[in-house]
Design a protein around this ligand. Structure first.
Ligand SMILES: *Cc1c(COP(=O)(O)O)cnc(C)c1O
Length: 391
């Protein structure tokens, strides 16, 4: 599919070649291996003189379709798909980093990513330095001769802070570093970090890409030489996405734009409601004028996303009273589902994170994260309103 088409068209029309059965919807290619005509074809294929599928740990028609689609959506040259978002994060890091390297990262990163930095990097002699989202002017002072890349999520989890991609990319260019962005919260529909200078973009496809809380998946896209390295690493280490998950996810991407539009519309309405509520100390949503990085969000995002962070009165007690009063919304750790999910990071995803790291990431005891779903927004607001009244 030529990439001069619009996002929605690419999402719907990028498909694996039709088989001899002329199916309209792409079938599921559940096969671990592929066959060869003769010894020469097999030799040429393994020698990569011939481009074709060999074994589903390397590539598979369903996975290829998913990857091609994400590449078109992100404006990327190439990509590789993984079993989960964390497999994408880990395999990207594992490919890029050598013992003795250093990473500069935003301090508010996904809990498991923080776990990689703190628990496993030391054993490979890899160092990291965190910068606070509100202190981007200090990033340059953290760069060392052995720094390999700058890593960031924007909007961040769970604080919903926004980082200026043009600024990060300018710092990377100046110091000869790679820029790696976890674009999970924004989705390729709302934000394309490569257009702002990122070298690699990572997604957990488990979230809005699937959008219905069914399967896990991850993907890294970007510069083709780097993706080639990631492919070689992954071909040996085996974190590949399954054909089934790729099939589900590629179909989900067909509706990413319409779903995300509605998610964002609902989220803005809920955020606006929360902003005026007496039991709410503050609300953070990228497209609210009160967001500290509102201008940056407007510059680099199409809409504000579906995640809202807000703080309820009364600290941990207030948070618990709020959660215990929720009737319809789900108390869960996932996000980007059709069902609205409320999470209490202080007692769940970030419970094991050190207090000073939590503070630096803006995670207070009363912080609530909402992943706004596709129910009618009036019902979501009504549920949250009655729970706030019980604080
Ligand atoms: C969920 C998430 C991940 C990890 O993805 P999984 O698919 O759960 O492994 C990474 N980064 C961000 C920002 C996430 O929200």
């Amino acid at each position: 599919m030529s990439n001069n088409k619009k996002f929605e068209t690419l999402a719907v029309r990028t498909q694996t070649e039709t088989s001899q059965f002329s199916e309209h919807s792409v079938p599921l290619y559940l096969t671990s291996g592929f066959v060869f005509d003769d010894a020469e074809e097999m030799r040429a294929s393994f020698a990569e003189e011939k481009q074709r599928d060999l074994y589903s740990r390397y590539s598979n028609p369903n996975v290829n379709e998913f990857v091609d689609k994400v590449c078109l959506m992100e404006g990327a040259e190439a990509g590789f798909a993984f079993a989960s978002g964390m497999a994408a994060v880990f395999s990207t890091f594992g490919t890029l980093l050598d013992a003795g390297d250093h990473v500069v990262s935003c301090s508010s990163v996904f809990g498991a990513t923080h776990g990689l930095f703190t628990k496993y990097f030391p054993k490979w002699n890899i160092e990291y330095s965190y910068f606070n989202v509100n202190e981007v002017d200090k990033i340059e002072s953290l760069i060392k001769p052995n720094t390999k890349f700058i890593y960031a999520e924007t909007p961040t989890n769970p604080g919903v802070d926004v980082l200026d991609l043009d600024l990060l990319s300018a710092i990377c260019k100046k110091h000869g570093l790679l820029l790696v962005i976890d674009n999970c919260f924004a989705t390729p529909y709302l934000q394309n970090p490569i257009k702002h200078g990122a070298d690699l973009v990572i997604h957990s496809a488990t979230k809005l890409m699937d959008g219905q809380g069914r399967v896990l998946g991850g993907v890294t896209v970007g510069n083709k030489e780097l993706i080639r390295e990631i492919y070689l690493f992954s071909r040996l280490t085996g974190p590949a996405m399954s054909a089934f998950n790729a099939w589900v996810l590629s179909k989900s991407l067909e509706t990413l734009a319409v779903r995300t539009d509605k998610h964002c519309e609902n989220a803005l309405k809920l955020a606006t409601f929360l902003e005026g509520h007496p039991k709410v100390t503050w609300v953070k949503y990228p497209f609210l004028k009160s967001h500290p990085q509102y201008e940056v969000a407007k510059k680099q995002m199409k809409l504000g996303g579906n995640i809202i962070a807000f703080e309820v009165e009364g600290g941990i007690k207030g948070g618990q009273a709020f959660f215990d009063s929720i009737k319809m919304c789900s108390l869960s750790a996932n996000l980007g589902d059709t069902r609205t999910i409320v999470t209490h990071p202080a007692s769940t995803t970030h419970a094991k994170v050190e207090p000073e790291v939590k503070a630096a990431a803006g995670i207070t005891d009363g912080l609530v994260r909402v992943s706004v779903g596709l129910e009618h927004v009036d019902d979501v607001i009504a549920d949250i309103e009655q729970a706030l009244e019980n604080i």
